[in-house]
Design a protein around this ligand. Structure first.
Ligand code: ATR
Length: 272
């Protein structure tokens, strides 16, 4: 029988993960089945436990259950521990539920390997201080930017995150009102503002020469943040579709011990 994997969320019907993992499995000649499972909003723990009790090998976890998955995991990777969120669960050799967070590593792989971007010695600005930001700060700091600034509407949340990651690199916090007069080589949008079709208030001269912008969101059309980036002189404006595929590849690697080539799946998704 094929090994069973799934993505669990609510809602989950729109998820591209079954398409991505099924493509990876075909490419890597792995005999597995991957489906999308809807869990009740107050029933993630029961649904996940039932999945593993029924022989399931691994779960991806999406909105709104990443914190629940963190709590459920008996063991957690350092990245998942600091992110406070788990997007990949597996049963380890001891039969314990192990939690990982592949979102940050997926982002880093997309912006360095796929796009060829450099963060070393650069000034990096992250917009937003929610769960998405928590998941990416550590992997970004590991690329050794000269400084990483977290800007948020609610400044205290940015300050909390900066304090949490202070031991891992040069990271500071500010409000949007502190941005005028500052220039950044990288601006990453991790706010939920684009979901409402809006942007945080950004000064017109925020981008340094040859700056790169990255929106953790993606959409059929260029996102509002990517459009802002293009209009304000960014050398590159990237969206989060590559991050989605790369976080899946990281999960596949954890589960199956092999890393799929992501280029073809990414091409197929862009063409859809
Ligand atoms: P996620 O887990 O996806 O990051 P979240 O925890 O709800 O979602 O965080 C959403 C982030 O987007 C927060 O940083 C939020 O700012 P606040 O902390 O001040 O709420 C930010 N955000 C949401 N809507 C926004 C808007 N219209 N303008 C600016 N920031 C916004």
């Amino acid at each position: 029988m094929s090994d069973r994997y799934a993505v669990m969320g609510n809602p989950v019907a729109h998820s591209k993960s079954p398409f991505i993992h099924t493509s990876f499995a075909r490419q890597c000649r792995q005999d597995l089945r991957y489906e999308a499972l809807l869990a009740p909003l107050d029933g993630f723990k029961q649904a996940a436990e039932a999945f593993f009790a029924g022989g399931g090998k691994g779960l991806n976890v999406t909105v709104p259950f990443k914190q629940d998955a963190w709590a459920l995991a008996r063991r957690r990777s350092v990245g998942a521990e600091l992110a406070g969120a788990v997007n990949t669960l597996l049963l380890n050799a001891e039969g314990e539920l192990e939690g990982h967070n592949t979102d940050g590593p997926g982002l880093v792989r997309d912006l360095t390997v796929n796009a060829g971007g450099e963060l070393r010695d650069k000034r990096v600005l992250v917009l937003g201080a929610g769960g998405a930001t928590r998941g990416i700060v550590l992997p970004l700091l590991q690329l050794e930017p000269v400084e990483l600034v977290i800007a948020n509407r609610t400044r205290s949340k940015a300050e909390e995150l900066a304090a949490l990651f202070a031991a891992h690199g040069r990271v500071s916090a500010c409000g949007y009102e502190d941005l005028p007069g500052q220039r950044f080589d990288w601006v990453l949008n991790a706010t939920a503002a684009s979901l409402e079709g809006s942007l945080p208030p950004l000064p017109d001269d925020l981008l340094a020469q040859d700056a790169w912008c990255y929106d953790l969101m993606y959409a059929k059309e260029p996102t509002i943040f990517c459009r802002w980036a293009q209009e304000h002189g960014a050398a590159r404006a990237l969206d989060g579709l590559g991050m989605l595929v790369e976080q899946a590849a990281e999960a596949f690697l954890l589960w199956r011990g092999m890393r799929p080539d992501t280029r073809e799946v990414l091409r197929e998704l862009r063409a859809l």
